[in-house]
Design a protein around this ligand. Sequence first.
Ligand code: HAM
Length: 417
Amino acid sequence: MADIIKNIKGTRDIFLNESAIWQNIESHIHSFFQKYGFNEIRTPAFENTNLFIRSIGNETDIVSKEMYSWVDQGGNKLTLKPEVTASVARSYIQNNFNKKYAINKFYYIDTLFRRERPQRGRYRQFKQFGVEVIGSKHAEQDAEVIALIYNFYKSLGVKNLNLKLNSIGSKKSRVKYKKALQDYLKPYKDKLSKVSQGRLQTNPLRILDTKIDFEIEILKSAPHIIDFISKDDSDHFNEVLSLLNHLKIQYVIDHNLVRGLDYYCKTVFEIQSDLLGAQDALCGGGRYDYLIEELGGKSSPAIGFAAGLERLILALENQDDLIKNSPDIYLISLGEDTIKFSFDIAEQLRKNNLIVIMETLRRSLKSQMKEANKLQVKHVIIIGEEEIKNQKVIIKNMDSGNQQEIAFDQIDTFFQK
Ligand code: HAM
């Protein structure tokens, strides 16, 4: 026997009920996000590696250890997209979107790749949906983006939503804060984990993300970045909070929320759900007012978020409504002479939006009936040689068990009832 080839660790096959749930959620994303005036953008699956190094930052986990990168036969350094913001920014600049509209509101559903340690809710290939709004610096844009994803989760009945917000101010305020945090942490250096000790010099803000209990304890009295931001940034943040209050969206301010990508400034946020366990972030986002300029475009403020689709599904308690209905009809055909008639009947019924399954295994009546039961179809249509002779079929209602003979030209009308 030949060896069986299995899927790659951290990837998954999605099928049957789960695939129906995905389809339902994806179509809900399209209609929900379009209601807010967002337009879909589809960017390529891979990009120049440099795009991600320049956007996300060399010292982030994503760039330093998680990207699937390779050099192609032409010597180009390429990377499978680990996130979408950088690609949208690239596309915005390349396609001169700034000249098309004063404000550009994009949304996406995309497949991404990160070589992380797989666990529940964390995969090496995963799906994100998200938005990027490029053009507005005002607080109402932050509030609209946060409200969009918050209301989206609510619309699907996701419970226990925990919205966390912080402001990390401008780049300048971060330099001052980095120094203050280093000064605070230095006396604890020996107590910190190896990873955090390394980060203390290079990227101390990342230590704030820690999940290690004794580090969380040490950080309790650390200085807050919010005390280092400018008056403008603080006014902006307060305006965002006031709009969220107006919208009755509950939040907590999390002083340790800094997010793991370098392009952020000012407002950052995450929504978590306690139903998720260790990987509890349903979505994350924030402002990135410098990125467009850093990638060679005309300076433009921007904000967005991205949300994990797999994690959303894990957080959905009641998925019954999202599972596809069972097929309407199983077309039982008996004998080779019935095949062409079955095709004609099936095609006609499908034009009327019915889900019709045709037999292609040439099984016995009993086996086909068994299959129809297994698929929980609503009706079976039986067509044999006798039925062709009489130009009639037998239609059986699988719930009631009632069956009746219906003329070929009355089948359509029967199912329109
Ligand atoms: P992120 O926090 O890296 O942000 O990812 C956003 C969301 O994607 C996470 O909250 C999580 O739900 C999901 N996610 C991330 N990694 C994985 C994984 N390995 N397996 C399953 N789900 C995962 C970004 O990607 C930014 N681009 C968000 C953004 C958009 N900021 C501004 N605009």
